[in-house]
Design a binder for this molecule. Structure first.
Ligand SMILES: [Zn+2]
Length: 487
């Protein structure tokens, strides 16, 4: 899939980008010639980890030196572990500046380290460092694998037990798991290969194939590993029913017709919409505050309802170019009536909104100024943490865009965020009765900037907090990058 992303790169029309990447998967990548099993000069036929190392090498999950050495007896470092796990899950490995004081963009694994940290697979240290060159201990490895493959183990002991139960690892000679022992590159490869492919596990330990899905491509290749670099074992016809054991990134280890192997989940019926599956059809409701017979606050001849409706439409225009379903509680300023607060909430609920963003302008007595965003922190809305995260990201983007005073995010008791049942926020762009704030609200240039900020803040929420990688191409619309800090 890495090749496919490259094909699609540079496309600015986002909708087309998604289509292109789906075609690219079906066409170019499927046709890519599988690489033969790689061999290293220092991993000979009799090496105990030969099979697992070559399995990973086929998928370019591990690689050796230019002169063909693998160095199987070298200790695996945290940076190497992050890279191997990142390649397994097909993270974007492009080198980036990271949030860690000791991992710069020049570190070969910086992209994988940043992504692994974002997915909470490998975390840094309290002092802000990552210690990329520190050897990985067995207990640490168990936690990393447990998190990468979703075993739900939160302690070293439970992670070690999960690995032993699944036939991925055994205890050491003294009968313990040897949690503090360091690991060689060869052993890490063995554990990782077994985690990826059940067929390599001890005692033929197979997962339970509990989930059923159907193929929605004309013919879907079942491969020996989770990438197009692996050999095709067989092809599954349209509507073929597969049983899923577990997922490895966007690939699933499945059982079909008595055989096991890997298929790409974009081509299963449960992920309608191809590579945009995680966001396609997710509904975002934008709520322009006030309107009709309720003008809201005012200042210097400007009505709050005019600002909120116009800004909401600008936000909508951005999201119309994405796979999200974008809805406004009122498409235009209603004439002769007003949209009740309870109707705004009912609208979001009836449309099964994923998030709700209400846009307002503040007013006080002319002296207060700045931007602030509210969320509701009480039991009626069960999404307090998500609401707070959404508020955090939108507020940050608004400050960057409007360059007004930071009044922060706060818990606010407003009907539309109190009574809603999805993550919900209310943002106050600026003070309409403050002269300098008002000048920005009155300007279509600044309302466009505010709309961009709301768009990017929402993307940041999905990307950083909900960890939905599919939103990444949507930043291209504004030639922007995800915010690096996360809530
Ligand atoms: Zn208002």
């Amino acid at each position: 899939m890495v090749e496919c992303r490259k094909l699609a790169k540079g496309e600015k029309a986002v909708k087309r980008l998604f289509l292109l990447s789906v075609f690219a998967v079906a066409g170019f990548c499927a046709a890519a010639a599988p690489a033969g099993a790689q061999t290293f000069v220092d991993v000979g036929d009799s090496h105990r980890a030969k099979m697992e190392i070559n399995y990973l090498a086929t998928g370019q999950i591990v690689n050796g030196s230019l002169d063909g050495h693998f160095y199987p007896d070298k200790q695996v470092t945290r940076a190497e572990a992050a890279a191997m796990i990142g390649r397994t899950l097909q993270f974007n490995g492009k080198q980036v500046s990271t949030d860690f004081s000791d991992v710069g963009i020049q570190n070969f694994a910086s992209g994988y380290i940043q992504e692994a940290a974002r997915h909470s697979i490998i975390t840094g240290y309290k002092d802000g460092s990552f210690k990329p060159d520190q050897p990985v201990a067995r207990g640490e490895m168990a936690i990393m694998i447990s998190r990468a493959f979703g075993y739900g183990a939160s302690t070293i002991n439970s992670a070690a037990k999960a690995l032993m139960d699944k036939g991925i690892a055994q205890g050491v000679a003294d009968g313990t798991f040897g949690t503090t022992n360091s690991i060689k590159r060869s052993d890490f490869s063995v554990f990782l290969a077994r985690s990826i492919n059940s067929e390599l596990r001890l005692n033929g330990s197979m997962p339970e194939f509990t989930q059923t899905d159907t193929v929605n491509a004309d013919s879907l290749n079942m491969r020996s590993g989770p990438s197009t670099l692996y050999d095709v074992k067989s092809a599954i016809p349209f509507k073929g029913e597969v049983k899923i054991g577990y997922k490895v990134g966007k690939w699933a280890f499945i059982q079909y017709d008595g055989k096991t192997g890997f298929v790409h989940t974009d081509f299963l019926a449960s992920s309608v919409g191809g590579s945009s599956s995680q966001i396609a059809g997710k509904t975002i409701v934008i709520d322009p505050g006030h309107g009709g017979t309720d003008p809201g606050a005012s200042g210097y001849g400007l009505l709050e309802k005019t600002v909120t409706q116009d800004t909401a439409l600008r936000v909508q225009n951005y999201f119309k170019q994405t796979p999200f379903n974008i809805l406004l509680t009122q498409e235009k300023d209603p004439v002769g009536y007003k949209t009740e607060l309870s109707d705004r909430v009912a609208f979001a609920r009836n449309h099964n909104a994923d998030i709700f963003v209400s846009i307002h302008c503040n007013s006080f007595n002319g002296t207060a100024d700045g931007t602030e965003t509210y969320y509701y922190a009480a039991y009626q809305n069960p999404h307090v943490d998500e609401s707070k995260a959404l508020a955090t990201y939108v507020q940050k983007r608004m400050l960057d865009a409007l360059d007004l005073k930071d009044r922060g995010i706060d818990n606010g008791d407003f009907h539309v965020i109190r009574e809603n049942t999805m993550p919900a926020i209310l943002t106050e762009l600026a003070f309409i009765d403050n002269k300098s704030d008002n000048a920005k609200l009155a300007s279509s240039y600044w309302r466009q900037e505010a709309a961009k900020a709301i768009y990017l803040g929402i993307l940041d929420y999905y990307y950083n907090y909900k960890k939905i990688d599919d939103v990444l191409p949507l930043y291209n619309l504004l030639q922007a990058q995800p915010s690096t800090k996360w809530y």
